[in-house]
Design a protein around this ligand. Structure first.
Ligand code: CMX
Length: 134
């Protein structure tokens, strides 16, 4: 289940529009998609750098994962996501090795991807996501 590449880095932001302007300037590339993901209680904006995306995350609900993160820790890097060929197999494999999962089965994420999170208590403090196409 070796990940193929870093699919994206998720960054929690207070205001998507302000952050998009900053990242467009820094990266020299336009945000190519804005999408709300109701299941995750976020609005996302994407930039493509090589094979990897920067995913800006604005909370749509103070009680959602990003809303709570910003309340507690402020803006900043929220998670790192790895692309895997077999999302079900990857989640199964890490669970078997004793790592605590947030999602035992994949959920629907942005861009039609199937996603599953590993708990930061089990990953040395890094909220880690696997993404797959199914
Ligand atoms: N990175 C590292 N640690 C984190 C974290 C993050 N992004 N978010 C929370 N934590 C830590 C907290 O600091 C806390 O640690 P302490 O107990 O030492 O204080 C612990 O995890 C529990 O956090 P909490 O604030 O009590 O919040 P919850 O338990 O309600 O939720 C988590 C934490 C990770 C389980 C939850 O955020 C979650 O399920 N995340 C997965 C889904 C997600 O992040 N969706 C948004 C992005 C979606 C997308 O990319 O499309």
């Amino acid at each position: 289940m070796k990940p193929t590449h870093i699919e994206h880095i998720g960054i929690a932001v207070k205001n998507l529009d302000d952050s998009i302007k900053f990242w467009e300037n820094i990266l020299g590339t336009k945000c190519y998609a804005i999408e709300e993901v109701p299941d995750q209680k976020v609005k996302t904006a994407f930039f493509l750098i090589g094979q990897t995306k920067i995913e800006l995350l604005e909370s749509t609900d103070v009680d959602g994962a990003v809303g709570k993160f910003i309340e507690k820790r402020g803006e900043g890097i929220h998670h790192i996501a790895f692309a895997v060929d077999d999302i079900d197999g990857a989640l199964n494999e890490v669970q078997q090795s004793g790592i605590q999962l947030i999602d035992k089965t994949p959920r629907k994420g942005a861009e039609g991807l199937h996603i599953g999170f590993l708990h930061p208590k089990s990953t040395f403090g890094v909220l880690t996501e696997f993404c797959g196409k199914k």
